[in-house]
Design a protein around this ligand. Sequence first.
Ligand code: PLP
Length: 490
Amino acid sequence: MKYISTRGKDKLSSSFEAIVKGIASDGGLFMPEKFNKVNLSQDIKDRMDYRDFAEVIISTIFDDIDKKILREIIDKAYSKENFSVDNALKVEEVNSLYIMELFHGRTSAFKDFALSILPYFILLAKDKDKKIGILTATSGDTGKAALEGFKNLKDTFIIVFYPTDGVSPIQKYQMLTQEGTNVYAIGIKGNFDQAQSALKDAFNDKELRDFLELKNILLSSANSINIGRLVPQIVYYFYAYYDLVKKSKIKDGEEINVAVPTGNFGNILAAYLAKVMGLNIGNFIVASNKNNVLTDFFNSGIYNANREFYKTNSPSMDILISSNLERLLYLKAPEELNSYMESLKNNGTYKISDECRKSLKEFKGYYAEDDEALEIIKKYYKNFDYLCDTHTAVCLKAVEDYLKENDDNRKILLASTASFYKFPASIGKALNISGSDDFNIIENINKITNIPIPENLKNLDKKEILQNIVIDKEYIKKEIMKILGDNDEN
Ligand SMILES: *Cc1c(COP(=O)(O)O)cnc(C)c1O
């Protein structure tokens, strides 16, 4: 497969290059030259093994990775060790909605789906004599999932930058206690957008590149700007759809809607790519929290990041620059994209053309405030005996609002993106469960609900703190040079 930058200048001739490079040199994001339709055999639909779906779908895009090797990688990535349920996910029927639980991986967030496999792609892609430095900004869940994915991997280093005050205490503890010889979690004073933009600059920094070139180190990214992360996420939409077919909840070919709690626009873009590749999806319900820049965008055609940034109880969605939206706009209006991105960079805002806006009709933006999310958590627990996290709650609220405004009886598949145990303070507040600290609240929620605590979140407070660097964002580049420079010597 050939790849092209959304901004048109950078072209690559293989999936490997696109995965290792992460971000294009013109500042754009890599896209495959085309998306072929997925061809799932009846046999695969009958067998319903997640790894079969992954093989067919990933190889449709990454068609230059050897099939046999790809299958080996998939088997390792989606193994019983990495996911605690069969076939990596579960679809639960709650209040006539189908909740796709994507949080049964190693770090209890959906990020595990992509970050269990991305390290293998990068190892495959890299030159034997080169080392790889993975740089990643996180709004909470990517960081831990990436650290786990890359830990102790040969010839790679991973540095995760997280906003010190922008992640939940549990998310932070997950990163601070990270073990591994090649892992670094670094706190940034600032928010996710600032961390992400400082990193994007680092990627295109000449001095840094030259320094790393001398040391034989290539930079890559584990953020969802990396196409190697996006592609594995397409798989679960197909899998969940056919799970519903198999359980006779929908007919094969029936059109459904999809709802996704959205931050950087990666997960919902993967759903859209599933549609491009042949899955019958009607509307996409884009759920945001109080940082509702996407809600306004889909309602008005104006993207405006010049607004107050809020810290909410769904921190992984506290984002004002949703990077992957660029990929959607590229698919819809490639010749207009550069002017939009230019305007975003210079003015923090852009307005899309009427035609482009029309082409986005299937995207429906809704948002929920913090207290509305807590109300939903309480309601779903009391009425339907289903406990969800704050991000999923934002999405459930968006779906309720969508259904109020639209007479639409298509079934809805809703992505549940994290275990509620990652956000105990909010769950405690919603259900009136208290405790001396987050860890104690986890125990109390467990006692009251009897829902098992995921292995990786047990006794987190008793683990040793191994990562404790905090810096100003101006020093990101320096810190990268220090870490990667030092590592080269030993
Ligand atoms: C990352 C994350 C999101 C947002 O996903 P995007 O792909 O960035 O839109 C939503 N919920 C949780 C729990 C997350 O970790």
